[in-house]
Structure formats: C-alpha cells, structure tokens
Write a protein that binds this ligand. Structure first.
Ligand code: CO8
Length: 258
C-alpha cells in the first residue's frame, strides 16, 4: 500500500512526480497533505536518480485552495500554536528544480503552492486567483509576498484585493507562468522541458537555482557576491573540467553530477 493518502508519487527517466490526489474536492490542501508534499519533495531531493521534480494535480484542478472545511472552525491561537507554515517554509530549501504543471484551478493555497515552484507550465484553460478575500481572510502561505515580488505591487494588488480569477493568458502576460500549453499536451511538454534540465550538469543547475532565489531575497550587491562564490565553487567540480575539455576537444561532454 502506498504510504501516501493525499498525493501520488512516482519516478522515471530522472524525473520525480508529485501529484496532488484529492480530485473529489479539487485537491483542496489539508494539513496532512502538506506534510506528505513536503516529505516527498525532501525525499526526491535526497534521491540521486531524480534530477527535476514535477508537481501537478489530479482531475480538474491543480488545487482549489486550502481545505476550507478543515480550517473553518480554527481560532487565531490554535493557528499560532499549530505553526503550520514552517512546513511550507521547507519547500524553499529544495535544491532541485521544481516545475509546476497546472491544469484547471490554482486558487488560494493552491496558487501559493504553485508559486513555490521554480517554473510554471500551465494548461491554456488553467485559472489562477486568490479568493481568500471573499472568505474574510487573506493568503497565509506566502501569496502576498511571492506574487508581489513576481509581478510588482500594482498588479499584485489588483489580483489579491479583487479575489478575481485570472486566465492562463493573463498569467503568461504578467510573467507568473512560463508557458500556456494546450491541456492535452501539458504533461508531455512539461516532461520534455524537465528532461532537458535533467540532462545538464546537476551541480550547475543546483547553484543557478540557488543564485536566482538569492536575487529575489537579497540586494543586488549581496546577490552578486553570492553568485560569484557559486561560480567559483563550480570550478571545483569534475563536470566543469569535463564540460570545458569536451568543448575544446569538440565532443559531447559526459557529466557525472559532481
Ligand atoms: N476546500 C474544501 N473543499 C473544496 C474546496 C476547498 N478549497 N474547493 C472545492 N472544494 C470541494 C467542494 O466543496 C465540492 O465538494 P462536494 O462535491 O462535496 O460539494 C468539490 O470540491 C467540487 O467543488 P464545486 O462543486 O464547488 O466545483 P465548481 O466547479 O462548482 O467550483 C470552484 C469550483 C470555483 C473552484 C469552487 O469549488 C470554489 O470556489 N472553491 C473554493 C476556492 C477558494 O475559496 N479557495 C481558497 C481557500 S482559502 C485558502 O486557500 C487560504 C490559504 C491559506 C494558506 C494555506 C494553508 C494550507
């Protein structure tokens, strides 16, 4: 029996797949599901066979938000003591690239989970939104922060204050997603791109991801220092020697990931 109740996890061709698996409730995210998601990411991060992780949802939604039934009776002190978002914070420490493949609804906590991915590929009929305002609450898993850093204050305000749903075309125009793809091709195209990343020297991929994240959090000067150290570090890798030697010898490199 699978050890997961709320997600499905699999692995093939260097890719790790995490699929949200509560389709009857549009993959509403309850707390045990968050624990399963975070643990699955961390296991893939430790698994040498997995180079890239793809996160998707089963059925007609990526995820329609946090599980409203679960939290409707919560009190502020319960939430403070529960301290549930420290689990979400662990997603920021995943070293391997994460690509979100979004079909259908990505709302509220579901949108926040999508924003934890490094890149988003979405079906053309996907829709994104933060409807929390219509429930008398607001995003709590990073939505106001990540969306604002991604698309700027004015657009984030419109999105967050209105609670409206936005199309994949709008999300693409505003730079929230990388691609809008015909729904029937979403997984195929996402996997194709993920395999391209999986074939690259994985230390470069790891340190590029880390450096880009620092660009979001640090000042330009601090970020540049961070980038420089990572650049130097790669010159200690066998893959740097092999990559440059292969170029000089006009042959294909054989990367080892170290
Ligand atoms: N929580 C619990 N159940 C849900 C949720 C949800 N977020 N979304 C949908 N469902 C359930 C419905 O209750 C319904 O169940 P049932 O069949 O038993 O009645 C089933 O999924 C199918 O949904 P609908 O019948 O409503 O399907 P429609 O196609 O008519 O509508 C919608 C789809 C528009 C997506 C609609 O379901 C909807 O509005 N859902 C709620 C969206 C929402 O408000 N999301 C934000 C939730 S609050 C939040 O995310 C706060 C984040 C805080 C941090 C994260 C902590 C984990």
């Amino acid at each position: 029996m699978s050890k997961h109740e709320y997600i499905a996890v699999s692995e093939r061709d260097g890719l790790g797949f995490i699929e949200l698996n509560r389709p009857k409730v549009l993959n509403a995210i309850n707390r045990p599901m968050v624990s399963e998601i975070v643990e699955a990411f961390e296991e893939f991060d430790r698994n040498d066979n997995v180079k890239v992780i793809i996160l998707s949802g089963k059925g007609r939604a990526f995820a329609a938000g946090a599980d409203i039934d679960e939290m409707s009776e919560d009190g502020a002190i319960d939430l403070e003591l529960l301290n549930q978002f420290t689990e979400w914070d662990r997603l920021a420490w995943i070293k391997k690239p994460i690509i979100g493949a979004v079909q259908g609804f990505a709302l509220g906590g579901g949108f926040e989970l999508a924003l934890c991915c490094d890149m988003l590929f979405a079906a053309e009929d996907a829709s994104f939104g933060f409807p929390e305002v219509n429930l008398g609450v607001m995003p709590g898993a990073g939505g106001t922060q990540r969306l604002t850093k991604l698309i700027g204050k004015s657009r984030a305000m419109e999105w967050l204050l209105s609670g409206d749903r936005f199309t994949a075309a709008q999300a693409l125009e505003w730079g929230v997603i990388n691609r809008a793809i015909a729904p029937e091709l979403l997984m195929e195209e996402t996997e194709k791109f993920a395999k391209k990343l999986a074939s690259k020297p994985s230390l470069s991929i790891r340190l590029i991801k880390e450096s880009v994240h620092k660009a979001v959090d640090y000042s330009l000067y601090e970020g540049m220092q961070y980038e420089r150290k990572n650049f130097y570090l790669l010159f200690a890798s066998e893959d740097q020697k092999e990559g440059m030697k292969a170029f000089v010898e006009k042959r294909k490199p054989h990367f080892k990931g170290k």
